[in-house]
Design a protein around this ligand. Structure first.
Ligand code: SF4
Length: 248
């Protein structure tokens, strides 16, 4: 089953629920949905619930999340009975600070290492634990920036997984509509002007007119007008340049 040929055209043109079913038929429980607990993840977790897909839902707890992020995870567990597996880095933030002598996230040249230690390595651990051959992400072309060309299906050579982006052709209003229609829990910080939510030290609300990702790593904005926009846990972000020209 795991060597089955993926028909990318059929996947792209299928209804989104059918995309989840296609992934399930191809990979069964050898697939991970990497859940950020943001709105797109809410849609995907709800679709996994609706279809009964066997995907392992994995939440990477960097140990630097907002308490509200952990609360959304717990709401999904309670409301839908979903098994959401939390994976953490091997070292606590305190130990990391001792090793590197500083809080890496505070510096433009420390952030990539911090994201590598607290996000990428735990993902690798999860892939090994579940012997996963595929990932489901919530990336959408409508997010723009480095994601404006995100394909429906790609691959991540770092973890030797096929990567499915079932929401690649969705828009923000479709996401909102789905969440409302199905009464899906939503991260409470969206109600406080946050537009994209990651670790607490690297996430701020956005001002009117700012790009949705302007609140990520805002403190690292530097004099040449660039700031990181992605943590690179998604391989397609990594190859599409993690530092984009800041437009805010
Ligand atoms: S988002 Fe910030 S705190 Fe979180 S892992 Fe990356 S650099 Fe570290």
């Amino acid at each position: 089953m795991l060597t089955a040929e993926i028909n990318k055209e059929a996947f792209s043109s299928a209804d989104t629920l059918d995309r989840i079913r296609i992934i399930d038929a191809l990979y069964g429980d050898r697939v991970i949905h990497l859940s950020s607990m943001q709105k797109t993840a809410g849609v995907l977790m709800h679709m996994i619930y609706r279809t009964g897909a066997r995907a392992n839902i994995v939440f990477i707890d960097t140990q630097l999340h907002f308490p509200e992020t952990l609360a959304v995870r717990d709401k999904f567990r309670e409301k839908y009975g979903l098994e959401i597996v939390t994976v953490q880095p091997d070292i606590t933030p305190q130990v990391q600070n001792k090793i590197y002598g500083t809080e890496l996230h505070r510096f433009i040249d420390g952030q990539p290492l911090c994201c590598h230690l607290r996000k990428e390595l735990p993902l690798k651990k999860a892939v090994e634990r579940f012997q996963a051959k595929a990932l489901i992400t919530g990336l959408m072309r409508a997010e723009g920036n480095g994601r404006s060309q995100v394909p429906a299906v790609s691959s991540d050579p770092r973890i030797k997984c096929t990567v499915f982006n079932p929401l690649f052709d969705w828009t923000s209003s479709q996401i909102e509509d789905y969440l409302r229609r199905h009464d899906v829990p939503v991260h409470s910080l969206y109600g406080q002007s946050y537009a994209s939510i990651g670790c607490a030290p690297c996430t701020t609300p956005v001002n009117p007119g700012e790009d949705d990702r302007a609140g990520r790593w805002r403190h690292l904005r530097v004099s040449n007008g660039c700031q990181p926009l992605y943590c690179n846990i998604n391989y397609s972000d990594k190859i599409n340049h993690s530092a984009q020209k800041n437009t805010t």
